[in-house]
Ligand binder design. Structure first.
Ligand SMILES: [Zn+2]
Length: 394
């Protein structure tokens, strides 16, 4: 363990990502480094490029002194990095590298969110009261209802804002400027307030790294909308993540298109047709099974054979109906066994005058059958040969 604090006046971590959202590497001094179990260390630096988990956004990834940074948290202005070090000591002035692809993707999503929320606020006066940005999803919760048609218009307008390549400005205005400024904010803020402004579109208090220009968002696509606490939850994707999502969606659609032999944009209709056909086939098959079962029972009854029938590929409801029919026609035990000697038989046995639950006990003892039920009817599974079962019942 290594601890050093040679800067007397150090009280909080300097946020290098505030100074330059596009910087990828930095060096810093270790303020403290503590082992926290499982080969992990908690490291505080005098300054960092790692954006912590804050304001609904998951933290930056990357390496510090060559060790993977697995989590970054902030408390009272002090940013703490969690490292997987494998017990190798960290140098007093390590070099840090953020995962730039991950960070840039997050910046695309977050600036996209500001554009969308700014437009929603200007048009409806609603606020984004719950923002969540992780590696896989971006959701915004607005405290008012917006129709799908209105959302489509906001989406189109957001993409117009993107094509206009408007500069995105981040600053810490003085108190006077701040007091005269109208800006969106999720909570009552204290301390220096960072304002992210997209002129003509949005002004918002925000601590996260942003793009220099709306054009870098590239694309904003609404994925889903759902009702949420009297308002709406909207999920979006921007930039390269939107492109990746478009690729995956297209791949899946192509698979369905090949499987259904339908053109890409007629796959919904093709699947609906297949589903109908499947339902009709299931219905016809069910009827055929019932008819077959009826004929099996009729011929068994006509020949005056033991009412223990063996069959294959029968559904439990058809078997149950068959057993009910037989118990109405004859005395003693009536049963239907469906399956084969390899996989065993699923069965139902019923009777109107004999005790089936007593029979279940004997079957469990004799065959180690798994079965149970009531006096009138039992069901279960048995691993035995057909002739053994027949002998047992005769
Ligand atoms: Zn923000």
């Amino acid at each position: 363990m290594y601890t050093e604090n040679d800067e007397e006046d150090w009280s909080m971590t300097e946020k290098l990502y505030d100074l330059d959202a596009y910087a990828r590497e930095f060096t810093a001094k270790v303020i403290s480094c503590e082992e926290c179990g499982e080969g992990r260390y908690k490291v505080v630096l005098d300054r960092t490029l790692f954006f912590p988990e804050e304001g609904g956004q998951t933290p930056d990834k990357g390496t510090l002194g060559g060790c993977p940074v697995v989590d970054v948290q902030i408390k009272d202005g002090i940013i703490e990095h969690r490292l997987e070090c494998n017990n190798e000591p960290l140098t007093p002035s390590p070099m840090g590298q953020i995962d730039w692809k991950h960070r840039y993707n997050n910046m695309q999503q977050h600036t996209g969110e500001h554009i969308f929320s700014g437009l929603v606020h200007a048009k409806f006066g609603y606020d984004n009261v719950g923002f969540h940005l992780s590696d896989s999803i971006v959701t915004m919760d607005y405290n008012g209802e917006i129709t799908p048609e209105e959302i489509a218009l906001i989406e189109l307008e957001a993409n117009r804002v993107i094509t206009k390549q408007i500069p995105v400005n981040a600053s810490y205005p003085g108190k006077e400027t701040l007091d005269s400024l109208e800006y969106r904010s999720k909570k009552e803020l204290s301390g220096p307030i960072r304002i992210v402004e997209i002129p003509g579109v949005d002004t918002c208090a925000c601590c996260a790294p942003h793009l220099h220009n709306t054009g870098e968002v590239g694309l904003l696509k609404v994925l889903d909308v759902s009702a949420h606490k009297g308002g709406v939850r909207i999920s979006i994707l921007c930039g390269f993540r939107a492109l990746a999502d478009y690729g995956l969606t297209r791949d899946e659609l192509r698979k369905v298109s090949h499987l259904t032999s339908a053109p890409l944009f007629e796959t919904g209709e093709a699947v609906s047709k297949l589903k109908n056909e499947l339902e009709n086939t299931k219905f016809a098959l069910g009827k055929a099974k019932r008819d077959y079962m009826e004929s099996l029972i009729d011929s068994t009854m006509e020949k005056g054979e033991q009412p223990i029938i063996f069959t294959e590929g029968m559904d439990s409801d058809v078997i149950r109906e068959g057993v009910n029919k037989m118990t109405a026609l004859c005395q003693g035990f009536c049963g239907i066994f469906a399956g084969d000697e390899m996989e065993g038989y699923s069965f139902i046995v019923g009777s109107r005058d004999a005790d089936c639950s007593e029979l279940a006990g004997r079957m469990r003892t004799h065959f180690k059958a798994k079965c149970g039920g009531k006096k009138e009817m039992i069901q279960g599974h048995i691993d035995a040969e057909m002739h053994e079962i027949k002998r047992f019942f005769s």
